[in-house]
Ligand binder design. Sequence first.
Ligand SMILES: [Zn+2]
Length: 318
Amino acid sequence: MPKQKNIYVRLLVLATTIICLPVLLVAQPPKPVIATIIVDAGHGGVDPGAIGQLNTEANVSLSIALKLGKALEEAMPDVKIIYTRTTDDLPGGLKDKNEANRYRAQMANEAHGDLFISIHANAAGKKAGGWYARRKTGKYKKVKNRKGKLVTVPIYESYYVKNWQHGTETFIWAADRNVFKSEAISQTEDEGGETSDDSTDILDLNSPEAMIRAQLYEKKYFAKSLQLATLVEEEFVKSGRVSRGVKQRNEKGIWVLQATGMPSILVETGFVTHTEEEKYINSEKGQEEIVNAVLTAVKRYKAWLEESKNSTGSSNAF
Ligand SMILES: [Zn+2]
């Protein structure tokens, strides 16, 4: 009976599929938790970033980013490393920093990156190094005013203000500041830091697309970004640096973090405006220590992902 035979054939196919399915699944090599890392040197070209006494932020970031990429390539030969820029120019040879940021994000997304690490240096205060200011001495003197009358006025003195802010900080995108009050995130709003980029008008954060991106980031990438950022700051502390902590912001200066559909961090490797720290981040020793700290953090992050994957059966479960 052809009809019955047909059923037998179907059952046989079904049974074979059920038996073979686990074999087929096992035969597939496990997907690595990190296959591609985007290493981004901040600024470049017409956008020098913060200006120090020795160097610009764009230059020091490029130097550290290239060394970091090389160290990652050596430590993780199976991972593809993609650089957003390898020369002094803005990514893509562009002439506009907002366009360059969009290019960075597009590049990362087209490469289907698993991680986006942006390297920057920080700035604070009126001037790199320090500046002169005036203060009252507490003493007074008598002088003639414009009408020729003797009046008592305070005596001022000039003094040097050292540009004191220093240390590392790692930024993650604040999907919603009120939702994520993690203890790991520094809530203090200290003066200074890199917030001076003026890209909001063009890189509209209130557009429907941006809202969708923010929700996606919150759901899929926030926890991972926070984990990596925390590890980076931990490693900086281990190498003897002052850590200003993990910070979350949702403003123009770190726009690129939410535009990349992947866990993303922005590492402020030190202040170009602090005399000693600028020397350190421009030195071979300093750059090596910074690279090692970030590299170790990435290795620990990868191990954490693998552990999470093994315990939940999925790397996207958190
Ligand atoms: Zn910067």
